[in-house]
Design a protein around this ligand. Sequence first.
Ligand code: NDP
Length: 277
Amino acid sequence: MDRYAVVGNPIAHSKSPQIHRLFAEQTGQTMSYEALLAPLDGFAETVASFRAQGGLGMNVTVPFKLEAHALAERLTPRAQAAGAVNTLAFGDEGMLGDNTDGAGLVRDLEHNLDCRLAGASVLLLGAGGAARGALLPLLSSRPKKLVIANRTPGKALALAEHFRGLAPQAPLEACGFEGLAGLDFDIVINATAASLAAEAPELPPAIYASGSLAYDMMYGATPTAFLVAADRAGAARLADGLGMLVEQAAESFALWRGVRPDTTPVLAELRRQLAGG
Ligand code: NDP
């Protein structure tokens, strides 16, 4: 049996085993996928042990994405740009590190939410791991403008500087939240960790252009504080990050198995469960 796993700490809450089991069923792949709890100081050992037991690949989640980047022997360009790895593949050519989070976000926006990034003005809130993973795939989708805004402005400026080095022509700007006054956007993506603390980033009013989408990478049974605030501030459409979760998993699955699963029924099943159905 081909073995895969997700590794994190904590890990009990992870929906990845269920998502990959549904993908495997749907595509007729014979494989197993388990959740592995790694000690906080034992990530490399957990990966090495799983690999030694014949494991073929792993998803990596909080707090190990940076360590996985350091551990990988080869990196895809998007993982290199992000400085973080959420997917490992063990093959004859060593341990490949990829980052499928940003591609998952873009696919959710464009495919599931029918939201056109090309020519759009996009605001990315946050400068942590999720924002780093999203930037190259977002820029590759050719937005008219992409602004990174962060509570600590220096981190947004540093991130923009880093990505300008990789994509010099990119229409990329950065500022603190106050710097957003007077600007409006077609797509506003919350990649801050504020929602984890049931908080919303403190943003100026009127950042939502007519017909705009507010997207929170966090997902849950009820709308996050960010989505509630966006609704009040005039966003036309609201979306959470459940689709991103399923789409990033599909990207990993395609890398490992060479088959792209249909995410629509899997996302519908997860949504049904989240709603308590
Ligand atoms: P990080 O801890 O790396 O994010 C830190 C960022 O959040 C920093 O920019 C920080 O600002 C900002 N921040 C934290 N609290 C607040 C606040 N109260 N107000 C404003 N900004 C705040 O987390 P990640 O990047 O790993 O994750 C971010 C979010 O994305 C999480 O909700 C996570 O669940 C979600 N996510 C979803 C995925 C999916 O598949 N749907 C995949 C990956 C992540 P500062 O620099 O000022 O401290």
